[in-house]
Design a protein around this ligand. Sequence first.
Ligand SMILES: Cc1cc2nc3c(=O)[nH]c(=O)nc-3n(C[C@H](O)[C@H](O)[C@H](O)COP(=O)(O)OP(=O)(O)OC[C@H]3O[C@@H](n4cnc5c(N)ncnc54)[C@H](O)[C@@H]3O)c2cc1C
Length: 458
Amino acid sequence: MAARQTPDTLDMAVRVASMDEVDRGLKPHQALAEAGRCIFCHDAPCVKGCPVGIDIPGFIRRMAQRNFVGAARLIRQANPLGAVCARVCPSEAQCEKGCTSAGLTEPVAIACLQRFAMDQEMARGIRQAAAAAPTGRRVAVIGAGPAGLACSLALALAGESVTMYDSAPEPGGVMRYGIPPYRLPREVLNREVDWILGAGVRFVGNTEVGRDIGMDELLSEYDAIFIGAGLGEPATPDVSGLDAPGVISAYSFLRAAGQTDPAPIAQPLGRVVVLGGGNVAIDAACTALRLGAEAVTVAYRRAREQMPAWAREVEFAQDEGVEFAFLLSPAEVLQADGKIMGVRMTRMKLAEDDASGRPRPVPSGEPDEAIGADTVLLAFGQGANESIFSALPSLARSEAGMIEVDPETGASSMAGVFAGGDAVNGGSTVVLAVSEGLRAAAGIRAYLDSSREGSECR
Ligand SMILES: Cc1cc2nc3c(=O)[nH]c(=O)nc-3n(C[C@H](O)[C@H](O)[C@H](O)COP(=O)(O)OP(=O)(O)OC[C@H]3O[C@@H](n4cnc5c(N)ncnc54)[C@H](O)[C@@H]3O)c2cc1C
């Protein structure tokens, strides 16, 4: 079988000094060669690995026939954020993991093919899908991240009147305010978001539900509600000195950095230490490099094998020059004259597995050590979105403290209130949020249909 095609990447010197997209995508001849590698298995294990069930053999077949826009339309039927997901999905753990040709050589580069098709379509303009006749029913969507966007589009196309509220000024959620532009260019996001809004979805920004508009108001004005409000505040570890200027949450840092190119980050970065081991830590580290940090170290309390960050993201950061320090847990942010000097770290060792199934890090008993730093970025995960539970105190929580929903319909414990995305699953991926938004749209339509039948019987 022919070798897997790989896209070009930006030259390293340019790459680490700009927010430009690193992955340049396949060239036309590469896309055709890669499409030719698919063996079109009859049971398509790749499709089973895709949370939204894209007809992968179908779109690859169209690509092999040079029908790139047709391929994109097939993808878009299953995933309204197909161009975004082609860039940010962990495809090696999803569709490409199931690729049968993985057993022969290397899996087909499905995400690269999807990106090629979507880019071809976007260059020509995404065709607006026709919406069904208006039903006269009104749905409020809280949160304009991937879950809210996918749910809104599906409802709008079905003729429901949809208003999407977000506390942020612009729609996109973490795709706009978290994932760095060098992995997800904002023009790609904007085109898909504009296409969704163009289907008739009304967007109301700068409006936090529970603060700027009451949940009671939404419950009385709308026939159903979808909550796709994502996660809450970043977790703060029990470490002394976190109030020092120059200690920043990685989320706030990425949010500021994603706005402009290069971003106006207030203080000089100098030596940056990122505390945490997830994808957010990696994104913050690579962003810090791009904003001119002298050196960047990611410090994690377990070993590399236990890092929650995806392996390909860790390799990406290492290639760019990010250093990693393992088995170190932060004890104190060291300061002198009101300035950060470094972080005192406790050396850890691994003990028996904890509830997460990973070895528990415990102090090794060796002396603490210091890592020099001028800026400290905190990336310790996020908890549930409490703004939603405060606004709707009777909403039932799952064991993990998130919104509990029916796994078939996305219905919450309250009649007419549905939910999906990170607010339900506790933090996962863009494509899973899309699939949960679509699931809830179907659940909402079934609920509205049954409510209407009920009222007609009375
Ligand atoms: C830095 C970072 C990098 C990531 N990288 C990737 C990646 O490469 N690939 C991937 O697949 N996933 C990635 N993820 C995860 C992915 O972004 C999320 O799983 C996904 O965005 C969740 O979608 P959502 O719609 O549930 O919520 P969100 O995207 O969080 O959107 C929720 C929206 O709700 C709004 N909101 C919250 N509360 C209220 C309220 N009370 N009233 C009104 N609006 C409200 C918020 O402003 C936000 O816009 C990353 C996450 C982070 C933080």
